[in-house]
Design a protein around this ligand. Structure first.
Ligand SMILES: NC(=O)c1ccc[n+]([C@@H]2O[C@H](COP(=O)([O-])OP(=O)(O)OC[C@H]3O[C@@H](n4cnc5c(N)ncnc54)[C@H](O)[C@@H]3O)[C@@H](O)[C@H]2O)c1
Length: 256
């Protein structure tokens, strides 16, 4: 039997076939989970319908801008009425205004700071609060983060600060939801060539830097993030919560 047989999951963050959310969704699906998807706005609706539709014509696909509480409520009402329960949730969502992802961090505007934190960190709290009442048999929540939360990565700027907030939120959520057997963890991925990543100035150099300096001398593959996502969702990770798991070819251990 596959490790996620019979599990019901909700995926935030598919934009296209390169999205990390899509890699993890495919792994969850392969392991037997039934999934629902959200998309950020009309612009991405067709993409998500085309991808998620490959899991079956009746796959639940709902709009959700995570900065809008009414849209979050509508998603969980719908998931509740279609699924009756929820076991897994993936938060693979981040955004910062482009001008904040280049140049000097000193120039980060109040507005860019607010937007980056609202979309990329607070949203995990908002969707976890909405998911918890549906996770009646316990659950696993997985969020995506990056090493720029703990070390300075040139150009990552305010997104690094938002990822630090996301990782701290993961720990506090793990403590809050632990008594309900709901686990909350982050995957810290090495750089992947996605839509969001292309917004970061000098992203191509990051890929080259990892290849040269990570112990495994290569970048991470989408399937490898999928496999870690499936592990964290499975009973194999039943005693793991509040953690940041590095899937980065070992880059995080290096000092020089
Ligand atoms: N690509 C990388 O190198 C990398 C590395 C580590 C972590 N991550 C993280 O992985 C996650 C997924 O990013 P990705 O690289 O797959 O890029 P992506 O562009 O495919 O995914 C980002 C998603 O965030 C969604 N999003 C942005 N603002 C939103 C909003 N207001 N409401 C709802 N959804 C919104 C987008 O629609 C998109 O689906 C992000 O949290 C990102 O920070 C990416």
């Amino acid at each position: 039997m596959s490790s996620l047989q019979g599990k019901l999951g909700l995926v935030f963050g598919v934009a296209n076939k390169r999205s990390i959310a899509w890699a993890i969704a495919q792994a969850w699906h392969r392991e037997g989970a039934r999934l629902a998807f959200t998309y950020q706005g009309e612009r991405l609706k067709d993409n998500v319908e085309e991808l998620a539709g490959t899991f079956g014509p009746d796959t639940l696909i709902l709009p959700c801008d995570v900065t809008q509480d009414d849209q979050i409520t509508a998603v969980f009402n719908e998931v509740g009425s279609k699924f009756g329960r929820l076991d897994l949730m993936l938060h693979s969502v981040a955004f910062a205004p482009k001008e904040a992802l280049e140049g000097d961090f000193l120039n980060t505007s109040r507005d860019a700071f607010k937007v980056a934190h609202d979309v990329s960190a607070y949203s995990l709290i908002a969707v976890s609060r909405a998911a918890a009442p549906l996770m009646t048999a316990g659950g696993s929540i997985v969020a995506m983060t990056y090493y720029g939360s703990e070390k300075v990565i040139p150009h990552y700027n305010v997104m690094g600060v938002a990822k630090a907030a996301l990782e701290a939120s993961t720990r506090y959520l793990a403590y809050s939801l632990g008594p309900r057997k709901i686990r909350v963890n982050c995957i810290s991925a090495g750089p992947m060539n996605t839509l969001a990543a292309r917004g970061i100035a000098g992203f191509g150099d990051m890929l080259k830097h990892y290849e040269a300096h990570a112990p495994l001398k290569r970048n991470v593959l989408p399937d490898e993030l999928g496999a870690t996502g499936a592990f964290l969702a499975s009973d194999g990770a039943a005693a793991i919560t509040g953690q940041v798991l590095y899937v980065d070819s070992g880059y995080q251990i290096m000092g020089m």
